[in-house]
Design a protein around this ligand. Structure first.
Ligand code: AMP
Length: 556
């Protein structure tokens, strides 16, 4: 039986909050918001298993803001009333952004400061001296400020939020978190948000929450197939490159796409490979300075780029997998540094990429959890999405693990085979091989160094200049060619005779001039991306002629 959804205006929220929610265009609360907000407003502690993209940030942000507004009606003293702990700087920035949007009409009453992002503790001191109502930060940074007496929570804290709690543990924030708790008052309300309810999270629940309500809202950790279509295709190394080339060049993949690879090296390998066909893509990995990473995500959300090639937390578990640039003797130190960096950074989780139409696992993720987090970047809120995983023989066991988990969760949430006929694109193989050969070890090394150098420069510029000139930020693109390999201009185009017969006349990659957004161009609309792969089912492009496809696409 369907019960009526509780609406935002029925929750007893302050008008200023309701106005901000309306401005965001949220017509109704998401499931977690509908359940969590009223309970939180009653004063309950909450443990919520919240899928990425479920609207979990607002599920805690709305009651936090409401409570501050209510408190301030009685006692107008300015003090830190809420602390939001996050595992990464990126998530910190995103939470602050969401809080600022929700406090658009009460920004004087509810001041928010994100201390996760800046480098220097002493530079942040003045921000905390102002006693912002809400402080957002990583556990270690918050602890550093508590120890430096820049921040005191003993008497003022009303609400504690721990966001992405499971990630806090995998990033090694456990000790900082425990030490931090000694600085908190005896009574406060707590919200614990986590994608998984691991043993660590259960232990934290015992430590933090008093008589909590546990919300495990969705049966499955990913949306079902009416919202998220998941496919897998078996292919070995060379075929992975051939397939990605075909999908992108023939524009069989449409809309914003995140392409995940296993290591930083593979990020650049793929970027350099695509570069030779004039397919621009950004890389996003832990080697890049944090400002650059945030800027890339912001620009991606604004529609500047179609493709991001990203690594995820796989290298966290195995830092050696993140091969370092030249200098063997320094390998150990570099690995250590790499590990520390990875700890604070994982792009497949926590960070809010908006309107991602497709996730492509170019390399299959190392764990089921990682699969869920990667694929959870698409089909967020009510948007549709498609996930396609390339699976080599060596990755087949991982695929089975994912399939077993997903089917166990919900039979509707599972991977279908992507029946791609490789023979249809055999004609492209020679040029792909050619391009793969050009991406030598030397070229990779040069590309990595060049990119880091460039991004470090960008990062400095971003920090200083762009703080004062935010509009100019748009001029800085991150998807430019690195081309240490020789670019062969003819590879940019796709001759008609190489296009699979079934697609001739349907697609014309040469006619599609790539959008290069400049300052004066409007960003791509942020609405729902139309279709993920061409047609509802990406297989169709290869299986039907144009007429057949327009006549009657079959159901899969
Ligand atoms: P989150 O799970 O908090 O990362 O949110 C995922 C996305 O959903 C964000 O881009 C939010 O802006 C969006 N969102 C949150 N709540 C709603 C809502 N009630 N209606 C529509 N979109 C929402």
């Amino acid at each position: 039986m369907e019960t009526e959804t509780l609406q935002f205006h029925e929750m007893g929220l302050d008008d200023r909050l309701l106005k901000a929610v309306a401005d965001l265009g949220w017509s109704k609360p998401t499931l977690i918001q509908e359940k969590a907000i009223p309970l939180a407003l009653e004063g309950k502690d909450l443990l919520a298993r919240a899928r990425t993209g479920s609207g979990k940030t607002a599920a805690y942000a709305v009651p936090v803001i409401q409570r501050i507004l209510a408190s301030k009606q009685n006692v107008r003293v300015q003090d830190v009333r809420a602390l939001i702990l996050v595992p990464t700087k990126e998530l910190g920035q995103q939470v602050q952004f969401m809080m600022r949007q929700l406090t658009a009409y009460c920004s004087r009453d509810v001041r928010v400061a994100d201390i996760s992002g800046k480098d220097d503790v002493s530079a942040q001191r003045p921000i905390l001296m102002e006693k912002p109502d809400v402080v957002v930060g990583t556990p270690s940074r918050v602890l550093a400020h508590l120890n430096a007496h820049n921040l005191s929570l003993q008497t003022s804290l009303e609400t504690l939020v721990v966001d992405e709690a499971d990630l806090l543990f995998s990033f090694g924030f456990e000790d900082d978190l425990k030490n931090l708790l000694c600085h908190l008052p005896k009574i406060y309300q707590s919200f614990l948000m986590s994608a998984t309810l691991s043993d660590d999270v259960q232990a934290l629940k015992e430590l933090l929450l008093h008589n909590p309500v546990t919300l495990k809202l969705q049966g499955s950790q990913l949306p079902d197939s009416s919202q998220l279509q998941q496919f897998s295709v078996r292919c070995e190394e060379e075929d992975k490159f051939l397939l990605i080339y075909t999908l992108l060049k023939l524009r069989l993949v449409q809309g914003k796409t995140l392409i995940f690879v296993g290591t930083v090296d593979r990020c650049y390998r793929l970027k350099l490979f695509l570069e030779q066909f004039s397919i621009p893509a950004c890389v996003l990995n832990s080697e890049l300075p944090v400002q650059s990473r945030c800027h890339i995500i912001t620009q991606f959300n604004q529609g500047f780029y179609d493709y991001i090639i990203a690594t995820d937390e796989r290298s966290l578990a195995d830092p050696a997998a993140t091969s370092q640039p030249a200098g063997r003797g320094k390998k150990k130190a570099a690995e250590k540094a790499g590990k520390a960096k990875e700890k604070e950074y994982s792009i497949s989780r926590g960070v809010d990429f908006q309107n991602v139409a497709n996730v492509i696992n170019f390399d299959f993720p190392a764990t089921v959890e990682s699969y869920i987090h990667r694929v959870g970047r698409t089909a967020r809120a009510d948007n549709p999405g498609t996930a396609l995983s390339f699976v080599a023989n060596t990755e087949a066991t991982l695929l089975s693990e994912v399939e077993t988990t997903l089917t166990g969760d919900n039979a509707e949430s599972t991977l279908k085979p992507y029946q791609f006929t490789m023979e249809a694109v055999e004609g492209f193989r020679y040029r792909c091989r050619d391009a793969m050969r050009s991406v030598t070890k030397q070229a990779l090394r040069e590309a990595r160094l060049k990119e880091i150098k460039k991004e470090l420069l960008n990062s400095e510029k971003l920090k200083t200049y762009f703080e004062d000139n935010p509009r100019d930020l748009q001029l800085l693109r991150h998807d430019q060619d690195l081309h240490p390999a020789v670019i062969k201009p003819h590879l940019k185009n796709v001759p008609e005779y190489l296009i699979p017969e079934t697609l001739r006349g349907v697609i014309n990659p040469m006619s599609k001039k790539r959008r290069r957004k400049t300052l004066n161009q409007k960003p791509k609309p942020q609405g729902v991306s139309k279709s993920s792969f061409k047609g509802k089912n990406p297989l169709r492009s290869f299986r039907y002629t144009k007429r057949e496809r327009t006549k009657k696409p079959s159901q899969s």
